[in-house]
Design a protein around this ligand. Sequence first.
Ligand code: AMP
Length: 216
Amino acid sequence: MMRDGSVLVLLGPPGAGKGTQGERLASDLGIPKIATGDVLRAAAGAGTPLGLEAKAYMDRGDLVPDEVILGIMRETLAAPDARKGAILDGVVRTVPQAEGLEKILRDLKRDLAAVLFFELNDAEAIRRAAGRTVCADCQTPYTGLAAGTRCPKCGGTLVRRRDDEPEAVRNRLREYQAKTAPVVAWYVEHRYPVLRIDAVGPVDEVAARVRRALSI
Ligand code: AMP
């Protein structure tokens, strides 16, 4: 299913495991994972103009404007390390972003191999966000490791994401229903392969469902 240079899009509500599963897929397939959330958090941490603009949206759990996201997509997909392909984690969150990505891929002569749609109910999304920490340096997400712990992967410090607090999570779920859920319908309508993955269950089980869906 994956040709050289083609990309996979990961869709699903906050907490569905896109980051965790995307990380595994990236290492299984030997291609990078691109997450606009990670790019924006790194920019906010570094205090760049892009980061400062994005931070206010992110802290509230609002979506960052489409033009900002499309700029990041074009830049990261054209970069040399993404030439072999890429896993796009949380990168397409609105219909205009799906349309913009289609154009970028056409310009770069690349294709979209499949859309992985991780399905999770709201109660579980809120529960997962409440137990989540993330490495301030490498952005790896963890459940069951407290803030302040060292990241097992890179030694950075684990922190809580401000947008994992309940009020912001509820807002992210509202944003998801209003703006991202229609993206799935858009991909189906435009005849892209949409693979539905039940995201409830242990990480290894969900990973096995992903491999089965992709036949890898
Ligand atoms: P994530 O790490 O994927 O949960 O993203 C964290 C936050 O970054 C989101 O709640 C948005 O504020 C922002 N963000 C990341 N990716 C996008 C996107 N594709 N479109 C709009 N906002 C985004």
